[in-house]
Design a protein around this ligand. Structure first.
Ligand code: ATP
Ligand code: MG
Length: 458
């Protein structure tokens, strides 16, 4: 027992020594912070991340929990995802873990699966001016980056000082290559290296600066903030699907309202969400979007989930309304609504592609809206059985709260959904719309055909 304990302590010390030496190898050495000083609460660390590090270290590789997870642990937040950095190549990582797969083209990584949790393992990235597999676009944006390097080189390639922290789970040491811990203490978000070059390499870092500062309550350091306004246009060069992923993170951060306000203050919203630009500039549209974002933030900060389709449906609703009005000149209301929905999605997709899996639900939510105004006959019963009724109803309530519709429509549905069968019947409004007449079968084929009037389609 005692022998085992001593072995454990000894091997921990030895590992720590290796780490410190290795951290001192490069041109800049890391600050090494011990558990006594950083006080990371191990219970906040995912067991899957620990097992991943352990597996790599047992196979003789270096392995660290890295990036946002270490930053969050130092701030005493529970990280929502864990990344591991290692000197093992993706193929080597893949061989160690039975349930793993190599993904990505721009950055090749390995996803290691434990139950339903995935740990992202990346190999230390090297300097991209080294000859090899790094590619840049005309504006300096890095398109592909698969050159491997040392931990020091990897740290330089990360975006902010607070994101370049490495935690060795075996020794419990934090390696801090760019004074990220001091910046975190000073509540500063500081870009590593020259901010202009770093934004040119990857314009998404501008969005990350805004999102992380809102989420973590950090101030963007002056030199990091200064070039953003003039470089905002670089976002045009970023693939729409990548923008979508980053915006989704922003909207679901629990700090969407602050983030949107910060994006507007930095002039980053223009062109990024082309339709949202317009919406935010109309008082009614702004009210609706801000209400939706406030609700989402509230849900997320209270540990509830939030449906991205619902959120994107709210962000673009006032554009759909405007296009719907235009299309109604010359088209019946429902086909006009469908034309408007498709147009809005198509225009938005040019800048920021919303995944198909979200757009179909968004359309369902929108298409349901006119049906809430039909409160007579059998139609309200049919609407209650719609698989997305709940989302459609929540959307309706937001429309009422924002002043777009009278409050009593929302209240009517709230009561109707829970009422008894008799009360429901009593609540139905008189049918004022054009009546649907059934075709009476004629006795003789020679009789003139019956005329039919169509009711408003569902
Ligand atoms: P979050 O808490 O939202 O997950 P994060 O900083 O962990 O924030 P991730 O997208 O999970 O963000 O990225 C993990 C880490 O990878 C970052 O902490 C950072 O070190 C690095 N990273 C991510 N995106 C970039 C980028 N565009 N440029 C440089 N480094 C990046
Ligand atoms: Mg993260």
């Amino acid at each position: 027992m005692i022998k085992k304990f001593l072995q454990k302590v000894f091997s921990k010390r030895e590992k720590a020594a290796i780490v410190i030496n290795q951290a001192d190898l490069g041109t800049t050495s890391a600050n090494v912070i011990t558990a006594k000083t950083h006080k990371i609460d191990r219970t906040l660390i995912s067991p899957s991340a620990l097992k991943t590090c352990e597996g790599l270290q047992k196979a003789g590789f270096q392995a660290y929990i890295v990036g946002g997870a270490v930053r969050d642990l130092l701030m005493q937040y529970k990280p929502k995802d864990f990344d591991v950095a290692t000197n093992a190549t993706p193929e080597e990582v893949y061989k160690i873990f039975r349930r793993s797969r190599i993904i990505g083209k721009r950055f090749r990584l390995v996803h290691v699966m434990w139950g339903n949790e995935t740990i992202e393992v990346s190999t230390f990235r090297g300097h991209h001016q080294n000859v090899g597999d790094a590619k840049t676009s005309d504006s300096g944006r890095i398109i592909r980056d698969n050159i491997f390097g040392t931990i020091e080189e990897d740290a330089v390639r990360r975006d902010f000082t607070a994101n370049a922290l490495y935690y060795d789970a075996a020794t419990e040491l934090v390696l801090d290559f760019h004074n990220g811990v001091a910046d975190l203490k000073a509540k500063l978000l500081r870009m590593i290296g020259d901010p202009v070059t770093r934004y040119q390499e990857d314009p998404v870092r501008m969005l990350r600066a805004v999102r992380l500062s809102a989420k973590l309550g950090l101030k963007i350091e002056a030199k990091t903030e200064a070039p953003i306004r003039q470089l905002a246009d670089l976002l045009q060069d970023v693939p729409p699907s990548r923008l979508f992923d980053e915006m989704l993170k922003l909207f679901l951060s629990g700090h969407a309202v602050e983030s949107i306000n910060a994006l507007r203050a930095q002039h980053l919203h223009h062109g990024l969400l082309p339709l949202l630009d317009v919406v935010l500039e109309q008082p009614m549209g702004e009210r609706f979007v801000m209400l939706a974002l406030k609700n989402t933030d509230h849900r997320i900060l209270n540990g509830k989930s939030s449906n991205p389709s619902f959120l994107f449906a709210t962000l673009l609703w006032h554009e759909v309304l405007a296009a719907w009005q235009t299309y109604q000149q010359g088209n019946p209301p429902i086909p006009a609504l469908h034309m408007a929905m498709n147009e809005v999605i198509d225009i938005q997709a040019e800048k920021m592609a919303i995944h198909n899996r979200f757009t179909s639900t968004m359309k369902e939510i929108w298409a349901m809206q006119p049906r809430f105004e039909q409160r007579s006959g059998k139609r309200p019963y049919a609407l209650l059985t719609h698989p997305r009724y709940r989302a459609g109803y929540d959307f309706l309530l937001l429309r009422c709260q924002s002043g777009e519709l009278p409050e009593d429509i929302g209240e009517w549905w709230t009561v109707f959904a829970d009422a008894s069968s008799e009360s429901r019947t009593a609540m139905l409004l008189p049918d004022t719309g054009p009546k649907k007449r059934r075709k009476r079968p004629r006795k003789k084929a020679s009789d003139a055909p019956a005329t039919t009037t169509t009711s408003t389609p569902d």
